[in-house]
Design a protein around this ligand. Structure first.
Ligand SMILES: CC(C)(COP(=O)(O)OP(=O)(O)OC[C@H]1O[C@@H](n2cnc3c(N)ncnc32)[C@H](O)[C@@H]1O)[C@@H](O)C(=O)NCCC(=O)NCCS
Ligand SMILES: Nc1ncnc2c1ncn2[C@@H]1O[C@H](COP(=O)(O)OP(=O)(O)OP(=O)(O)O)[C@@H](O)[C@H]1O
Length: 204
């Protein structure tokens, strides 16, 4: 079986930047933001189930209004838990399929997942790498990247685990407070250790 590396961290920390380094180094990539979009394509079983609880976020064709859903769940912990309790079943099933497919061609797979722990997908991983960055920097990066206001971004941040949690639950931490090049160098070092089998090794 392939070695599966989980890449996680708070919004704006720099997972996409680091994921690109793993890709360049030959890892098969599963991007869970994309998986989440796949399971919520128009008319999907997941959308039909979600529409029973969040009718205001769907039209008659069961198309998800992502902005509307984000506004609701990132402002209300109970609503977020409800969304997660439904969507994670579909996301985990699709991740399992993708791991199986990629295992046929890749010795190493990267699972890039902001909600790795919340979804319980950490149990699929042999190694866990978290990316962290100071909140001020993350705030600046995300408001610029997504073109949304600070208040909405702060709500999204408070829906996620804090830095101490990631520090306590990861094999490696990449601190992305400096230049992209410095963080990419940290990632390369970790990738070499994983490839040399210093940490991880398939547990599945
Ligand atoms: C609520 C939704 C519809 C908002 O969509 P939108 O297009 O506005 O945002 P997008 O999906 O690009 O997410 C942006 C960022 O928000 C954060 N985020 C997304 N979902 C969650 C969540 N359930 N809990 C905490 N943070 C989250 C992540 O850092 C993510 O990168 C969407 O995020 C969603 O379906 N979330 C639940 C599924 C999930 O956990 N996805 C993450 C990958 S497993
Ligand atoms: N070291 C850095 N210096 C300057 N800009 C950076 C650095 N790292 C990341 N960025 C920029 O910050 C933004 C957020 O980074 P990225 O998209 O990689 O975060 P993420 O962890 O994937 O966030 P999310 O969970 O919200 O998708 C991007 O626009 C990226 O180009």
């Amino acid at each position: 079986m392939s070695t599966v590396v989980g890449l996680t961290g708070q919004s704006g920390a720099g997972k996409t930047l680091i994921s690109a380094v793993f890709e360049r180094e030959g890892f098969g990539i599963i991007n869970c933001d994309h998986v989440a979009r796949e399971v919520t394509e128009a008319g999907s079983g997941c959308n039909k189930e979600l529409a029973g609880y969040f009718p205001e976020c769907f039209d008659e064709e069961f198309v998800l209004d992502r902005r509307a859903m984000g506004r609701i769940v990132f402002a209300d912990r109970e609503k977020l838990d409800l969304l997660n309790s439904i969507i994670f079943k579909y996301i985990n099933a699709l991740i399992d399929e993708k791991i199986k497919e990629l295992s046929l061609c890749c010795d190493f797979i990267l699972l890039d997942a902001p909600t790795l722990f919340e979804a319980g997908a950490d149990s699929k991983c042999d190694v866990i790498v978290s990316v962290t960055a100071d909140e001020k920097l993350r705030l600046k990066r995300v408001t610029k990247r997504d073109g949304i206001d600070e208040e909405s971004v702060k709500k999204r941040f408070s829906s996620q685990h804090d830095e101490d949690f990631f520090e306590a639950h990861s094999d490696y931490i990449i601190r992305n407070n400096g230049s992209s090049a410095e963080s990419e160098a940290q990632a390369l070092k970790i990738i070499n250790e994983i490839k040399e089998g210093k940490i991880g090794g398939s547990k599945r």
